[in-house]
Design a protein around this ligand. Structure first.
Ligand code: ANZ
Length: 835
């Protein structure tokens, strides 16, 4: 690709410092050339080593914005660098095209969501191409295409067959605005993360993926990602999975056969359990309550159902609850303790019931104050302790009976002693608990992949036979799609009513659709064989390309998408369909593009339009500005950026390519040594800087090289020196990672065939990296008196001699007697003289 041909005749006049290139003309010219050459088409059969550069595919909500511009520019540095280093690079792009915005737009405009989706996708692709993102467009797809969601449905059925997709009735998160259920991951602080409405609870039968089966493994897998994933993503996932170690303890209930089992992380405090609390909305509360107390519980439940989870767990709310009319027995103190129902215990965590230890748990303490219940401390607080519940470590007190004595033990020892005792007595057992819940995947909305299940009165939940996939969406549009609490698909009766695949009797289709996070949990596999119509993906190809070597995207996906994709990968590995268990080896999170210190928003009127920026400064200058702004993880305040300055730099770099007068292929070995060293050092460091994601520093170094080359042309070796050509070619290749249009233009002016994107990384002559002199400092009485240029391997004796014979040193010594000379070759000579 880098064969040479004579330099074009259209060169600008030498040293014409005012010459500039025509941005529009350059962009149009090279877009056409790249369309023809397709330099970024990934070849499955290439003998080169493979690299997979993945960036999170967008939701097609309109045209590209500054956020896309940033992430694509950063991501492209790495993808293009890998090509230059000789890898075969898979860098695909597609669209996560199911979801609510298209559906809401369809209702507004009385059209089909597909119309809106397709129009946006076409605009986005055109903009991506103009933006010169190095995606392989031959592999693109949309998750809303039946050719794609056919396989989403197939995967759902595979999960179903393995017991990993199931239906259950339970209280779920309900968004009253979007009229659909939400996964726990989609509720942030009690608020719907899509529309901002307050989320309530509703009792519904819904589909779940059994992600909890993989809780421990999802946690363990993080260990191997620790060095290559952003620390905050790893920590967020760990916390979300939320492993805790504790015990299940059984409390016998007076007048009832089954005990109440609680989950506790503090079995050591069991002697201090003076009452019990059951989640008011757990089935257990209804089972335990006496007839006398039932009306009180029912009244209370009405209040509880209005509360968000976040409020229920908050520590600074007055405690409320209802006595259930029953008592249980503390298995260690053997005393009778009352059982309450309250909202601060959640129905779907642990067992939905707790032993309350007011001496050691603040919420229990507060509850005990309201209901006037006894407090028994079981851990001795420090002497100066003035607080309420003491949650720290300390010696156990009040913790003995005739069989077990914890007195004086610290928390850890008391825990394990208690667990052994309970296990021996059959009263409890040590256990591990996870905060992670199963993934609620069904949605009561139209624009998603239909759940491929048929409900039959005789055969129950029957999978749609594989040869009948995909179950395509029935044609609904406009107001038919209005949310009404149940899925709009229910209204398409012709579509809903089918015969049972097993018995042939009357049956109905499941009318829910899958959460869009199901679509995006496996898209990275599909890119490896995107048009395969026999299978979801080709295992051999996936194993050849994956795991992906870098995943670039927003930190907002730390839990949802990144956890679900990891879960899918583990299941697919268990199915024998992929030979790895983590899909993304390394990850980079970009910051936000903000303006005037604030998030861009319509209401603040501080939005920056990408199209306007590109029109004013060109694609290259916008990309360069975004990459040069700072470390990729940091936010970029556009108000502080200077795309004008970026453009000026690019023009300066371009002018260099006009000045070179040596021929392509000229031997640089006899060229100006200083410039050759600068070029070699820059290229060498640039590689390391890209590999460690310090792209901004790489750009700064390219800028320095441009300045050094300009100096060499104007006042040093002149434009004919082959070292100048070597430097300018290096500049073009470095710029090809960031500013592809101007880099291509330079490359052509330097007499090469397109494309610079595949020219290959410049070969660095290692000898040029060796410094041939270092500066040695000579001090007399601690004061620097001279600097000597010496060889890096000078001996101590030679360095001492050189220092003592230096003119400035001789002058300062002025004949005084030297008492001591300390030599640290090659950098320092320190001379001490008689006072
Ligand atoms: C007694 C105890 C004493 C507790 C003590 C804590 C401190 P993590 O670490 O988050 O797993 N708990 C158990 N199930 C609950 C539920 N469904 N709703 C609300 N709280 C629940 O928390 C486990 C602790 O949270 C358990 O340990 C239990 O209170 C409470 F000094 O048991 B503990």
């Amino acid at each position: 690709m880098s064969e040479t041909h004579p330099a074009p005749e259209t060169q600008a006049p030498e040293n014409d410092q005012a010459a500039t290139y025509d941005i529009e003309a350059v962009q149009t010219k090279w877009s056409g050339v790249w369309d023809e050459l397709e330099p970024f088409r990934a070849d499955d059969d290439s003998p080169r080593e493979k690299r997979y550069a993945l960036t999170m595919f967008p939701y097609p909500s309109g045209d590209l914005h500054m956020g896309h511009a940033e992430v694509f520019a950063l991501h492209d540095v790495v993808a293009r660098y890998w090509w230059q280093r000789g890898y075969e690079v898979l860098n695909p792009m597609g669209f996560d095209s199911f979801g609510l915005p298209a559906e809401n737009a369809a209702i507004r405009n009385d059209e089909h969501p597909d119309t809106y989706t397709r129009a946006n996708i076409a605009t986005s692709i055109e903009s991506c191409k103009k933006y010169a993102a190095s995606f392989d467009w031959s592999r693109t797809f949309n998750t809303s295409d039946p050719e794609y969601y056919r396989w989403t449905q197939w995967l759902f059925l595979e999960f179903f067959k393995r017991g990993l997709a199931y239906r259950k009735n339970s209280p779920v998160n309900w968004c009253p605005n979007d009229q659909t259920v939400l996964a726990n991951e989609q509720v942030v602080g009690g608020i719907c993360d899509r529309c901002g409405a307050e989320v309530t609870k509703k009792e519904l039968t819904q589909w779940y993926f059994k992600i909890t089966d993989y809780a421990q493994e999802l946690l363990d897998g993080l260990d191997e990602l620790e060095d290559t994933w952003p620390a905050r993503v790893v920590t967020t996932q760990r916390n979300w999975i939320g492993r805790s170690e504790g015990a299940h303890v059984d409390f016998a209930v007076e007048g009832r056969e089954e005990p109440i089992t609680v989950y506790t992380t503090r079995p050591d405090t069991l002697f201090g359990a003076t009452f019990m609390v059951v989640a008011a909305d757990a089935a257990l509360a209804g089972e335990l309550v006496t007839d006398e107390q039932r009306p009180a519980l029912d009244d209370y439940l009405v209040e509880v159902r209005k509360e968000t989870e976040i409020n229920r767990l908050s520590t600074d709310r007055p405690k409320t609850g209802v006595f259930l009319g029953v008592h249980a027995t503390n298995p260690l103190t053997r005393t009778s303790i009352p059982v309450y129902a309250a909202d601060y215990v959640l129905a779907d965590y642990g067992t939905g019931a707790i032993m309350a230890v007011p001496g050691q748990d603040q919420r229990d303490w507060e509850f005990a104050q309201v209901f006037d219940l006894p407090v028994v401390r079981t851990v001795q607080p420090p002497a100066d302790w003035e607080g309420e519940a003491f949650t720290g470590d300390g010696p156990a007190i009040n913790s003995a009976n005739d069989e077990i004595d914890l007195s004086g033990m610290g928390v850890a020892e008391a825990k394990s002693t208690t667990i052994s005792y309970l296990e021996g007595q059959g009263l409890g057992r040590g256990t591990v608990n996870f905060r992670l819940r199963d993934w609620l995947l069904s949605r009561q909305r139209y624009w998603g992949a239909p759940i491929p299940i048929i409900h039959c009165a005789v055969d129950g939940e029957v999978p749609v036979p594989e040869d009948q996939l995909p179950v395509t969406l029935p044609m609904l549009r406009g107001t038919d799609l209005k949310p009404k609490g149940t899925s709009p698909l229910g209204g398409a009766t012709d579509w809903v009513n089918v015969s049972c695949p097993t018995c042939g009797g009357p049956a109905t289709r499941d009318t829910d659709t899958m959460d869009t996070f199901v679509d995006s949990s496996w898209y990275m596999f599909r890119y490896c064989s995107p048009h395969d119509d026999h299978q979801a993906f080709d295992t051999a190809k996936v194993n050849a390309w994956m795991p992906s070597n870098l995943y670039v995207g927003g930190v907002e996906h730390a839990v949802l998408h990144l956890l679900y994709g990891r879960f899918f990968t583990k299941v697919l590995n268990d199915m024998g369909l992929v030979d790895f268990r983590e899909p993304w080896s390394a990850q980079l999170n970009q910051g936000f593009v903000i303006n005037q210190g604030k998030k861009m928003s319509k209401s603040l009127g501080n939005g920056v339009d990408l199209g306007d920026q590109v029109s004013a400064f060109g694609v290259d200058a916008v990309r360069l500005t975004l990459v040069f702004a700072g470390p990729p993880e940091d936010d970029i305040d556009w108000a502080n950026m200077s795309p004008e300055g970026s453009l000026r730099f690019l023009q300066r770099a371009w002018r260099l390519s006009n000045d070179v007068t040596s021929s392509p292929g000229a031997d640089a070995s006899g060229g100006d040594l200083a410039l050759r060293r600068t070029t070699a050092r820059t290229v060498h460091d640039a590689a390391e800087l890209v590999e460690t994601y310090r792209f901004n520093v790489m750009v700064a170094r390219a800028m320095e090289l441009v300045n050094a080359t300009r100096k060499a042309i104007d006042s040093g070796c002149g434009p004919a020196d082959p070292a100048v050509r070597e430097a300018v070619e290096a500049v073009a290749i470095l710029l090809s990672l960031v500013a592809p249009y101007v880099a291509e233009e330079m490359w052509e002016r330097l007499g090469h065939e397109p494309t610079v994107a595949r020219a290959g990384w410049p070969v660095v002559d290692e000898a040029l990296l060796v410094e041939d002199s270092v500066t040695a400092v000579v001090q007399i009485q601690g004061k620097v008196r001279a600097r000597l240029e010496v060889s890096p391997d000078i001996t101590e004796a030679d360095l001492e001699a050189a220092a003592l014979s230096d003119e400035a040193v001789v002058r300062v010594l002025d004949g005084r007697t030297v008492r001591k000379v300390v030599v640290r070759a090659p950098k320092l000579v320190s001379i001490v003289v008689e006072a």
